[in-house]
Ligand binder design. Structure first.
Ligand code: KG4
Ligand code: ZN
Length: 346
């Protein structure tokens, strides 16, 4: 009697992608299966940079070099997969710090080459655009998406996956940069966003009326004047001997930033008639911003998709998600592709 072997490797539902993110100060590595996260690990450098009050590019690149190999190993182990099972490797190509980008990009390319797998260079901001899809199957274009991080603040009209129109952006500082600079001024440390978020907990957001800039432009932001206003108003208060409580200052600053982010994003929702609104980037981890987004979306009856805070900030899974999308369409890159620190969406 003969037995035919019918045992095969159980097929994966979707191809496995290794996602690598090293554009700034987080080494993020993940294994995604299509748009499902199998593992996502992170080595944060915030402590290393905190004593300098901001990210030092050379220090960031070196820290990525130290972290990347053990993290890739950890991501594969946690996902329960061997590197041979990976269908493609996706790594952030830009925008970001050149030295930092080069670490993840070169590592990813070398690994893909040695495993004989396709390599995909990913736009970091497109990663943030894809992040909500990792948790919400209903998140589909057309959608209006607010991208707000340490380096960027943009309102994007995503007509289809891969089809992005930047409706508006900051003309000076990014929203996260404003949080970081103001927190440093108030002695709250780095990164400033989470510090101001925390300090605001029992503060009164209406205590001080800080300016909301560029009211005449529906989708653009400006945050540089806010810092001047905070500095002058606190100096005046000091001279008058009536310095407001720190939680009130923090909550008022946060409200000024959140107000314009919400107003302008929903200007775009109203103008485009989009039924889906979403967000990505570290600033979207802000509790007050999330509350205000939820209220504005509910008022209009549009669907809101925000990633959990860990997927708002930089991570490898969002890079893997773009990789999964691109691999399915055969949009892989050649070995000649290089990083592009100034890459721009759309
Ligand atoms: O997307 P991200 O992790 O890195 C970049 O691509 O820049 O964003 C980092 C930025 C920092 O400026 C940080 O202060 C800000 O996101 N951020 C926050 C919060 N968590 C992180 N801003 C406000 N509230 C938060 N809870
Ligand atoms: Zn980012």
């Amino acid at each position: 009697m003969q037995f035919a072997s019918i045992w095969r490797e159980p097929p994966m539902a979707d191809p496995l992608i290794l996602g690598i993110e090293t554009s700034c100060d987080e080494t993020g590595i993940a294994v995604v299966e299509g748009f499902s996260v199998r593992s996502s690990v992170l080595a944060s450098q915030t402590e290393v940079h905190a004593r300098f009050g901001g990210v030092v590019p050379e220090v960031a690149a070196r820290a990525h070099v130290e972290a990347i190999r053990p993290l890739v190993h950890a991501a594969l182990t946690q996902a329960g997969v061997h590197s041979d099972q990976i269908a493609a490797i996706a790594a952030t190509r830009g925008p970001g710090l050149s030295g930092a980008l080069l670490v993840g990009f070169s590592f990813g390319k070398a690994l893909a080459w040695s495993l004989d797998k396709p390599f995909i260079g990913v736009d970091h901001m497109e990663g943030h655009l894809f992040a909500p899809r990792l948790e919400h199957a209903g998140y589909e274009p057309p959608a209006v998406v607010l991208l707000a991080s340490g380096g960027h603040s943009q309102i994007v009209h995503m007509r289809a996956w891969g089809e992005y129109e930047v409706l508006g952006q900051t003309i000076d500082d990014a929203a996260g940069e404003a949080f970081d600079k103001l927190a440093r001024f108030m002695g709250l440390g780095y990164p400033g966003g989470p510090a101001i978020d925390e300090e605001s907990t029992d503060g009164d957001p209406a205590a001080i009326a800080f300016p909301r800039a560029l009211r005449d432009r529906p989708y653009d932001f400006s945050f540089s004047g806010l810092k001047t206003s905070v500095v002058t108003s606190l100096e005046k208060a000091k001279q008058a001997g009536s310095v407001p409580p720190l939680p009130d200052v923090a909550a008022s600053i946060q409200e000024a930033i959140v107000d314009v982010l919400v107003d302008k994003t929903f200007n775009a929702v109203d103008a485009t008639g989009a039924k889906v609104v979403a967000g990505g980037g570290g600033v979207l981890a802000n509790r007050r911003l999330r509350e205000r987004f939820a209220a504005a979306a509910a008022e209009r009856g549009v669907d809101l998709y925000l990633p959990t805070p860990a997927l708002c900030t930089d991570n490898g899974a969002m890079i893997g998600a773009v990789g999964a999308y691109r691999l399915e369409r055969d949009m892989v890159d050649t070995w000649l592709q290089d990083v592009d620190a100034g890459l721009r969406l759309g």
